[in-house]
Design a protein around this ligand. Structure first.
Ligand code: GDP
Length: 304
């Protein structure tokens, strides 16, 4: 991810080395190169426009830092603007004052939600929490099973609506809102301090699915709603993210499949167009391929 963008930006900055002072033409040429590199990396057009306008304005402005040469100053500006579009400061999970903390996951089918549920629960467990996974994705026949497999790997219990797994709540079977509510009730009763609710996704955005997700959100009143997006989806990222933001008003973004060799545009666009921070990165198929997302580290990686 980002290899090509990273190479292009590095090459652009190399051209500035040794220059004593940057003329407006130098800045414009550099900004043009940055624009092309971002567009080729599939970053959404409005995001590119805003980004390059800010870099240009700052590079031409009175932002003089005696310790840096002109090339270093532009790198610094680009770095800071990259951090800003990725959400700024590292954003940590908002934990409820009165447990359980309720975390709802939303996103398209195949984005990586169920995998993320396992990863997040394992990570939380490692931090001393006692999480409960709730299988409220009743759309995909295999989703409940898959969550159970992930829960088992993570050593985290799964609340599921199927007979034999949690017969007390069999009446909730088939209704994702009821399953989600019953899962939160189970966490309260059994003193789990974090509940992670996996919800259904479809291949495309769909009104019925969005209404279902909105109903679950309204019923369980989550502390966090994490929108999981496949970082490989390119330009579609923006439409998808906006639709989910309108539908469920998510609180944070999880970039899944950041290990892929995609160009990285989704990663750079989603936080910017929704104004919601990227909180976690999912970087592989194993449950340990998961990390808290640090915008500053990602920006440094891109500019390395
Ligand atoms: P869901 O439909 O949103 O629940 O998506 P899943 O969690 O089932 O993931 C869909 C596919 O993507 C599965 O084959 C996962 O193994 C794979 N997957 C999920 N997260 C990652 C990731 O971070 N990297 C890679 N390479 N594959 C992933």
């Amino acid at each position: 991810m980002f290899n090509s963008l990273s190479d292009r930006l590095t090459a652009t900055f190399k051209n500035l080395r040794g220059k004593g002072r940057l003329s407006e033409a130098d800045v414009d040429a550099t900004v043009r190169e940055i624009r092309r590199a971002l567009l080729d990396a599939d970053v959404a057009v409005p995001v590119v426009r805003e980004f390059t306008a800010k870099v240009r304005e700052r590079a031409l402005g009175a932002e003089v830092n005696e310790a840096l040469n002109p090339a270093q100053q532009i790198v610094k500006i680009v770095n800071e603007e990259l951090v800003a579009i990725l959400g700024g400061e590292t954003r940590r999970l908002n934990l409820a004052k009165n447990p359980p903390t309720v975390i709802m996951l939303a996103g398209l089918q195949g984005a990586g939600k169920t995998t993320l549920a396992g990863k997040l629960s394992k990570w939380l467990k490692g931090q001393g929490h006692s999480p409960l996974l709730v299988a409220a994705d009743l759309q995909r026949p295999n989703a409940v099973k898959q969550l159970q497999v992930n829960g088992e790997r993570a050593g985290v219990p799964v609340f599921a609506p199927h007979p034999g797994v949690s017969s007390e709540f069999e009446s909730a079977s088939g209704d994702p809102v009821a399953v989600a509510l019953a899962g939160v009730a189970e966490a309260k009763a059994k003193l789990y301090d974090v509940v992670i609710v996996d919800t259904a996704g479809r291949l495309g955005i769909d009104a019925e699915l969005m209404a279902q997700a909105a109903n679950i959100r309204a019923a369980i009143n989550p502390d966090e709603v994490l929108f999981v997006i496949d970082a490989m989806i390119g330009q579609d990222a923006v439409t998808t993210a906006k639709a989910f933001d309108d539908g469920v008003n998510f609180t944070g973004v999880v970039l899944a499949k950041l290990d892929g060799d995609a160009r990285g545009g989704a990663a750079l666009s989603v936080a910017s167009v929704t104004g919601k921070p990227v909180m976690f990165a999912s970087t592989g198929e194993s449950l340990d391929d998961f990390e808290l997302f640090h915008p500053d580290r990602m920006a440094s990686r891109i500019l390395d």
